[in-house]
Design a protein around this ligand. Sequence first.
Ligand code: FE
Ligand code: FE
Ligand code: ZN
Length: 298
Amino acid sequence: MLYIGSHVGFNKSNQLVGSVKEALSYGANTFMFYTGAPQNTTRNPIIDELTLEALSIMKENNMDYSKVIVHAPYIMNLCNEEKFSFSVEFLTHELERVNQLGIKYLVLHPGSHVGQGIETGINRIIEGINMAFQNLGNNNQVTILLETMAGKGTEVGTNIQELKKIIEGIKDQSHIGVCLDTCHLNDAGYDLNDFDHYLDEFDQEIGIEKIGCIHINDSKNEKSSHKDRHENIGFGTIGFDTLISIIYNERLKDIPRILETPYVDRLYPPYQEEIEMIRKKEFNKDLINIIKNKANNT
Ligand code: FE
Ligand code: FE
Ligand code: ZN
């Protein structure tokens, strides 16, 4: 079965109920959200009544809760010495929130080593994740998925070997995995036209069963650009056919596919139209105009 969804909102008053309804409006059967603004660490308490209500809406709509993803705020950086204890504490609270929501996966950007070197960066990430897991003790059900990064600045986790080193250092092997991001893989230098080759290498080094989620994005930039700028499906350098073959790759079936493509004119979510296009496996070059027109008519 194809599990496809997008990034959706999660606000203070409606919480998961709002997220589920937004996902349904796009024709999605899964979704990903931040438990607060991605660029800051202000977080409100989770209201269990809303979670239960959301669960019943999901059940009515045959949505599988185990495919839902939370993304940790991207300003967290376990490699930054000054912010290390803050980041560990925040990661601990984030894991607690995701556990409270009953969600299985938390996507985490490994971090940026900010000049201390990859090795030091990797060691800090390992240490930080181990400490956060230790803080939760036996209460943790959440798997952290390290995201593959584009290699912007001093990002760690740009290739299979770096992710492998981090994973090997994690004590709780049953709660660590990887989230692939097609835009990031392209920008990091992997040839997505030969995605099976990437999966072979990943399987040899880490094990394909560690992949828990795939972010599906086209890229505004060429392979190896190390830029990390997402583009709408079929409108970037990766292209529609390559993305479709990744989305429908049998070796990754049952793993949620999440769109993080840009809003049209920064205002209009493209997800309903993109999901439709993906289900039909047919590129619509007028997609952006159709979204603009629809927005103008409502
Ligand atoms: Fe991300
Ligand atoms: Fe991503
Ligand atoms: Zn990105």
